[in-house]
Write a protein that binds this ligand. Structure first.
Ligand SMILES: [Cu+2]
Length: 167
């Protein structure tokens, strides 16, 4: 079979690109540990309190000691439930010292919400029926606004909370 010179070049280019991209994918997967979320935790969206983390007394900031924190949040239109303070007022701001490790655990009771402390590498979809979790270290002091970045309805723009990282 005769192949035109340009066709050969094009085939070589195509096949090499394929091999290159597969190699990059393999490098990411086997050496860099990039992988799809595989530890999905399910939850009954109509009864999130059946899950220990989402019982009212465990909502919001939980200090586990040694600079480790767990933040449990129930998202619903159009609010992040971070529990209540000593005066029974809803908490909207959480404060942690610089260098803290925070494990966020978020679930939804109604529709899909987003969870993104703006300016950080935390950006999760929060789906009813699942627990979205992500652990990260906050080394940069500042005030981070946690925003819902999945349109969830008429009050979507009002859905926010605040994370303060202090020195
Ligand atoms: Cu929203």
């Amino acid at each position: 079979m005769h192949l035109h010179k340009y066709e050969k070049i094009w085939l070589i280019f195509g096949i090499s690109s394929l091999v290159l991209f597969l190699a990059i994918l393999a490098y990411g997967a086997f050496w860099k540990g990039t992988h799809p979320q595989s530890h999905a935790e399910v939850i009954d969206p109509d009864n999130v309190e059946a899950h220990e983390s989402f019982q009212p007394e465990h909502l919001g900031l939980n200090d586990m000691g040694d600079g480790q924190y767990v933040v449990n949040i129930v998202a619903s239109a159009f609010n992040y439930d971070l529990g209540k303070d000593d005066d029974e007022k809803p908490v909207n701001t959480i404060r942690v010292p610089k260098g803290s490790t925070i494990l966020f655990q978020v679930t939804s009771t109604d529709v899909v919400h987003g969870f993104n402390p703006a300016g950080t590498n935390v950006n999760m979809m929060v789906e009813p029926g699942y627990v979205s979790s992500y652990e990260t270290v906050f080394n940069k002091p500042g005030t981070y606004t946690i925003v819902c970045n999945e349109y969830c309805g008429i009050g979507h723009h009002m859905m926010h909370a605040t994370l303060e990282v202090y020195e």
